[in-house]
Design a protein around this ligand. Structure first.
Ligand code: RB5
Length: 153
């Protein structure tokens, strides 16, 4: 079992459900295992519930990374970042996605479905999953966020 065999957990509220489905399908097609933690329909739901589910999956090892989508990405990223050990990056472009991995060892990517389009979101997700943490001086800073941090395999 390689690290790439560990699923990516996805969660969204109603505003992010369509973009989440697009991202989930793209991951499936690329051969990445996924764990879709909802929501699954257009009914109005509360974004903290899905942020909490994805954060728990990342923290307990059921997921290697998380992806969260709400209207702006703001509420769902705030909720995820309330969990110690979660470093959720709200990103609007590929550069932010890449640097969130290189510098911050982000473990959840947050996206705003009402703010960016699906192509940008897909590019950001690909960059997020493909970019390793750079280490070096960034390790000291990440430890100040997460004292028990250690490099992932
Ligand atoms: C839901 O209407 C909306 O508030 C939510 O998706 C998100 O944008 C909150 O930050």
């Amino acid at each position: 079992m390689t690290p790439q065999d560990i699923p990516v957990a996805l969660g969204s509220d109603h505003a992010g459900v369509a973009l989440k489905a697009t991202l989930c399908e793209a991951l499936d097609q690329a051969g990445h295992p996924t764990l879709d933690m909802g929501t699954h329909g257009p009914e109005s739901v509360d974004y903290p519930d899905f942020a909490n589910a994805v954060a728990a999956a990342v923290l307990d090892g059921r997921a290697r990374f998380g992806v969260l989508v709400c209207g702006t990405g703001i509420g769902i990223s705030i909720a995820a970042n309330r969990h110690p050990g979660i470093r959720c990056a709200l990103v609007h472009d590929v550069t932010g996605a890449r640097l969130s991995r290189e510098h911050n060892d982000a473990n959840i990517l947050a996206l705003g479905a009402r703010v960016i389009g699906p192509e940008v979101a897909l590019d950001a997700l690909r960059a997020f999953l493909a970019t390793p943490f750079a280490g070096g001086r960034h390790e000291r800073r990440v430890r100040k966020l997460t004292p028990e941090w250690s490099p992932r395999p």
